[in-house]
Design a protein around this ligand. Structure first.
Ligand SMILES: Cc1cc2nc3c(=O)[nH]c(=O)nc-3n(C[C@H](O)[C@H](O)[C@H](O)COP(=O)(O)OP(=O)(O)OC[C@H]3O[C@@H](n4cnc5c(N)ncnc54)[C@H](O)[C@@H]3O)c2cc1C
Length: 449
């Protein structure tokens, strides 16, 4: 039997594609996911972190970033009003499936004042509206999405697609790793970060136009929640942008977690750093990332490889994640267990090895991070304290960007690609919204016969 639509990947992008198709009355839809079903996934298990029903979103912090300027490139395909409407409709579906009603960071006089202060410190504040589901509630919301499509979409987990099939310049089905061939009229590939390498190979084999993305490398900063309280009370997640005086590199804050914790992530052989926060549990520290963006020019075209190389160096020296007091970094000495024990900021990630990040980062990255901390000190006194902790390495690998139409269709007819794996988005909400865009176009064509 041929399916109308096969969706590859059950992350937010694939799930929203499926939900939208089901709501549009497209009945013959198959959703394939290489990882486990939600109930079988375990947070502590490396292979479950990025893969399985819910994708990387299942164990994410669940911050729905509602401002169109951040979290992806959908603004390049849609007019501002259309994008606002799409994000609002996508967000509403999260709320209908159990995301909390509260939105942080709505415009307030305090925010204007903060933006002015930021300008004086050479920083740009990006106002960011956020709905926070919380790591503890994400699986529940995803479970409700699963129930909503029950009986309307066929879902197979533990099922890896080996290859997208094309005949006569048009998508014709997929081949599974098991050898099974599944014919269909439309393919929507939503493989996420964990499937980015696979997607790159598919793009190469099918002759799809791609473009390398920059790689963002930096540290996770941890400090007492009180230092950023004024800002996190106002915006929950503040995004500041700074341009390094020496190199003019773009440096930004990312993923701020008020009263959250620092965690490690496993990326196919390397340990990297991340952070998250719970909706119901409150720690004593706030953490956020400082990331330096690097884009490379010819002949080098492997930014992901570069990011992995830096992260591997931190693992090589520290045996895994590394932590250093800012005071030690500035004094040119490593942090030791004794020095960390004397630190007024108590590390929430206990397993990080006290070390020396100056052995890990290239000069331009280290300088960008230090300059950013100095600038932040002007809007939040206490950031540039000796007791601020820096964890390395946090890396954001962005997939090669695949050229698509505003409907998310690739150069191959009836082959669509959406979400982070296509390099089009970088967040839950935009990944989900890109799935809606593809599904609307596919539903129109299925109805047209
Ligand atoms: C720890 C962590 C915290 C995060 N926190 C936030 C946050 O608070 N807010 C936010 O907006 N974003 C957050 N993100 C990012 C967010 O999770 C992603 O932007 C989002 O999940 C992307 O959705 P996606 O559907 O494109 O891809 P994914 O969620 O990565 O899903 C892709 C799915 O496709 C499957 N797949 C891949 N290849 C194949 C194949 N060949 N065959 C079958 N299946 C395949 C994968 O197993 C995976 O399950 C976080 C990410 C991580 C890792």
């Amino acid at each position: 039997m041929a399916y109308d639509v096969i969706i590859i990947g059950a992350g937010p992008a694939g799930i929203f594609t499926a939900l939208t198709l089901a709501e549009s009355g497209v009945g013959n839809v198959l959703l394939l996911e290489q990882g486990k079903d939600l109930a079988g996934r375990e947070r502590g298990r490396r292979e479950d972190v990025l893969s399985g029903w819910g994708g990387a979103g299942a164990f994410s912090d669940g911050k729905l970033t509602l401002s169109p300027e951040v979290g992806g490139f959908l603004g390049e395909f849609l007019a501002p009003d259309a994008l606002d409407a799409l994000l609002a409709a996508t967000d509403a579906r999260y709320v209908a499936h159990g995301a909390p009603a509260e939105v942080f960071g709505e415009q307030s006089p305090g925010l204007e004042e903060l933006a002015d202060q930021a300008r004086l410190a050479d920083l740009k504040l990006i106002p960011s509206r956020i709905r926070h589901i919380g790591t503890d509630y994400c699986p529940r919301v995803l479970e409700r999405f699963r129930s909503s499509m029950a009986g309307k979409v066929e879902v197979r987990t533990g099922c890896r697609v080996a290859e997208i099939r094309v005949e006569g310049g048009r998508a014709s089905g997929v081949a599974l790793e098991s050898g099974e061939l599944l014919p269909c009229r439309f393919v929507v590939a939503a493989p996420g970060r964990s499937g980015a390498g696979w997607m790159k190979d598919q793009a190469g084999a099918l002759g799809l136009q791609t473009q390398a993305s920059p790689v963002d490398i930096g540290v996770r900063v941890e400090l007492p929640g009180a230092v950023l309280k004024r800002i996190t009370d106002l915006t929950y997640e503040s995004k500041f942008i700074y341009y390094c005086r020496t190199f003019d590199d773009k440096v930004r804050t990312f993923c701020m977690n008020p009263y959250g914790e620092v965690v490690t992530e496993w990326h196919g052989g390397i340990t990297t750093i991340n952070g998250h926060s719970y909706a119901d549990r409150r720690g004593e520290n706030t953490n956020f990332a400082i990331l330096v963006s690097s884009a490379f020019t010819e002949p080098f075209d492997d930014p992901i490889g570069y990011g992995r190389y830096i992260a591997r160096l931190a693992n090589f020296l520290g045996g895994g994640a590394m932590v250093q007091r800012l005071g030690d970094l500035l004094a040119g000495r490593r942090s030791t267990p004794d020095r960390i024990a004397r630190c007024l900021t108590r590390p929430s990630l206990r397993e990080a090895t006290p070390g020396d990040l100056s052995f890990v980062f290239p000069y331009r990255h280290l300088l960008g991070i230090i300059e950013m901390l100095q600038a932040l000190e002007k809007v939040a006194p206490g950031v540039y304290s000796r007791h601020t902790l820096l964890y390395g390495v946090e890396v954001k690998f962005y997939s090669n960007r695949i050229q698509v139409s505003p409907e998310m269709e690739t150069g191959v007819e009836n082959l669509f690609t959406v979400g982070d794996g296509a390099g089009i988005t970088r967040s839950l909400i935009q990944a989900s919204a890109s799935g809606v865009l593809a599904a609307r176009a596919v539903a129109d064509r299925v109805r047209a016969g």
